[in-house]
Ligand binder design. Sequence first.
Ligand SMILES: Nc1ncnc2c1ncn2[C@@H]1O[C@H](COP(=O)(O)OP(=O)(O)OP(=O)(O)O)[C@@H](O)[C@H]1O
Ligand SMILES: [Mg+2]
Length: 356
Amino acid sequence: MKPVPPGSTIGIVGGGQLGRMLAMAAARLGYKCHVYAPDEAPPAAEVSAHFTRGAWDDEAALARFGRSIDVATYEFENIAAAPLAALAAEAPLYPPRRSLEIAQDRLEEKGFIQGLGGRPPAFQPVDDLAGLEAALAAIGAPAVLKTRRFGYDGKGQARIADPSGAAEAWAAVRAAPSILEAFVDFEAEFSILLCRGADGRTVIWPVPENRHRQAMLDRSILPAGEAVRRVQAEAEALARRAADALEHVGILALEFFATAEGPLFNEMAPRVHNSGHWTIEGAVTSQFENHVRAICGLPLGDTGLAGSRVEMTNLIGSEAETWPEILADPAAHLHLYGKGETREGRKMGHVTRVWR
Ligand SMILES: Nc1ncnc2c1ncn2[C@@H]1O[C@H](COP(=O)(O)OP(=O)(O)OP(=O)(O)O)[C@@H](O)[C@H]1O
Ligand SMILES: [Mg+2]
């Protein structure tokens, strides 16, 4: 791949906080960004040189967008294959479409990982209520029903405590094609954040232990605890195999449950990831900068820890209003995403504390 030099324009599909932080990292390296999103004033557009407002499925608009940029990436996963093909016909697109197509379907991604020797929790595809009842009989309760597509921050999921809850759960996912997954009594959760360069060279950051609250990431903590450290080498090896098999370019994030039997694969994302936000101040090179470097064909930066201990906390809904107290803490780096409206359950910002 011929490098896309600083001064060029990077197209970002999606306008949320991930795109915003990508654009800020890109700007620091002298790139301009052009954001494509359906919203009126998305957080990423505020910090980018250009913004096109367009629908996710508008192939003509995506093709036009593609002609106005030098390289394309995405921060949003739920864009269909055909419109993405229209974009990819006009500009090089990284990560590759196959990474996105696999990661946007929970059934596909679990099968893909199994094919590489990884282990997800016990699961079965579910296409109707009878199928859910059969899957519950096979897997047992408690279990989690998840839509195959379009889930994020715990949306599109229903926990099932016992088999009598099948109909209620099926209604909760609106009868969408789903998978039933065994509920894992994990010791801890963690993620492998890797970045694969255009030359195939792969770097991995120190592994964060992730704590969730109501199925949404609350905190990432480094170094991770003993339960994670025991199983992380196996997870890292799997992540490398996944990135190589996909010929991935850019960030790939894999979420795992740490159990006594080893790491269990939960899901993966072919994009910068919430559990990597700590890298902005907590690592020598951030996930955002290395993603930009990878998709532009530049060498990747060092992923080492920048302190002895790092903690990232999401600011959800009104928690962002505590910014005056956060600013008073000398260890704290505050990030606010500039979202106009504070809504309960909405990611409004995050704070990273680094201890030297
Ligand atoms: N099978 C399971 N057993 C136990 N806990 C689970 C299971 N599946 C999900 N969870 C909990 O719910 C969280 C969110 O689940 P998952 O990662 O599948 O959903 P998501 O909507 O894609 O979330 P996000 O976008 O925040 O990563 C997990 O991190 C974990 O805490
Ligand atoms: Mg998740």
